[in-house]
Design a protein around this ligand. Structure first.
Ligand code: NAD
Length: 324
């Protein structure tokens, strides 16, 4: 099977090259993102393999079908970047539903501890032998309240971690799992009660801007907000207002609603065109990272194996257990 692998980075090759050999797949690594003007690079391929910032529209799906491409292999659990309705019945969309939920939950915790205790600022200060701790006072997490939105695999891992800090944890999910040791509340109550809010639900029509101006106004003064899910769960302009009003004490964002074309790229010698992102970067209590919650060796290995398993199942005409 020949696979056009878009947005290939050096770290992708480390994990996928040996797997391609093991699974007898012919992978064409392409540095280009998957866009309408790069689709032709996949001509002669049976499948394309894409990452989260490769946006696949219905027009692109029709083009892929004309090119006899049979599948879109997602190197991710999330699938909001593909027009799934347009794909249905035309082309297979196969994802990696679970690779390492702990990788993302541990990362969300790292972001929380960073913005709460200012370790990002302490690091730069001490590198410069500025040993002053003025302005770096944090708060204890012990016995504070956390609100988890989305109690799937990552949310559950996050609940376990935060309980280790002896935090009181509330949760909200469209489909509550009553086997979990957590108290479900509705969203307004979660906003009202939580010192820390961490987002672990997918991006859907229902969750788009789930954190907006009204939600922020319901939150506690001095709330910490962590988003490792998808950028568009948060209305960034409302978030900036909440930071300016000092309603929000700290924010950790591993995702951003306009991250496509910016995240994963080295733009250090470019003029940044996104004023909202540039404004966000000016807050000392905001940590933005480049969608890397998943990025552990364990998760990368699992993604490579599961993607190859998806391709193999397709090649052998087996049941496609990871079809979206
Ligand atoms: P999951 O499918 O196991 O869990 C998602 C949960 O969200 C489910 O319990 C579901 O019922 C709930 N949900 C769905 N719609 C909801 C709504 N409207 N309101 C509240 N809850 C809702 O997914 P997961 O593996 O835990 O991943 C969660 C999200 O994390 C993914 O959708 C993805 O966007 C993100 N993610 C980010 C990274 C990263 O590197 N930062 C890596 C992997 C996943």
């Amino acid at each position: 099977m020949k696979i056009a692998f878009y947005t290939a980075k050096p770290y992708d090759r480390i994990w996928f090259e040996p797997m391609a050999e093991k699974y007898h797949m012919d992978i064409l690594f392409l540095e280009a993102p998957c866009r309408p003007n790069t689709l032709d690079l996949a001509s002669g391929c049976d499948a394309i393999c894409v990452f989260i910032n490769d946006q696949i529209s219905s027009q692109m799906i029709d083009r892929l079908c004309d090119m006899k491409v049979k599948a879109i292999l997602l190197r991710s659990a999330g699938f909001n970047h593909v027009d799934i309705e347009a794909a249905r019945g035309k082309i297979h969309v196969l994802r990696v539903p679970s690779y390492s939920p702990e990788a993302v939950a541990e990362y969300a915790t790292a972001m929380l501890l960073t913005v709460n205790r200012f370790t990002h600022r302490a690091y730069t200060r001490t590198r410069d032998f500025n040993m002053s701790i003025n302005g770096l006072m944090g708060t204890d997490l012990h016995e504070k309240t956390a609100g988890i939105i989305g109690t799937g695999k990552i949310g559950q891992s996050m609940i376990r971690i935060l309980k280790g800090f002896r935090m009181k944890v509330y949760a909200y999910d469209l489909y509550p799992d009553n086997s979990l040791d957590v108290e479900y509340v509705d969203l307004p109550e979660l906003f009202k009660k939580s010192h820390v809010i961490s987002l672990h639900c997918p991006l859907t029509k229902d969750t788009y801007h789930i954190i907006d101006k009204a939600a922020i106004s319901n939150m506690q003064q001095g709330v910490y907000l962590i988003n490792t899910s998808r950028g568009a769960l948060i209305d960034t302009n409302a978030l900036i207002d909440g930071l300016l009003e000092k309603k929000i004490a700290g924010v950790g964002l591993d995702v951003y609603e306009e991250e496509s074309g910016v995240f994963y790229e080295d733009l250090s010698d470019k003029i940044i065109q996104d004023n909202t992102l540039a404004r966000l970067m000016t807050f000392p209590n905001v940590l933005v990272t480049s969608h890397m919650g998943f990025f552990t060796s364990e998760a990368m290995q699992a993604i490579a194996i599961e993607t190859m398993e998806n391709a193999l199942a397709l090649e052998k005409g087996q049941k496609l257990v990871n079809e979206v």
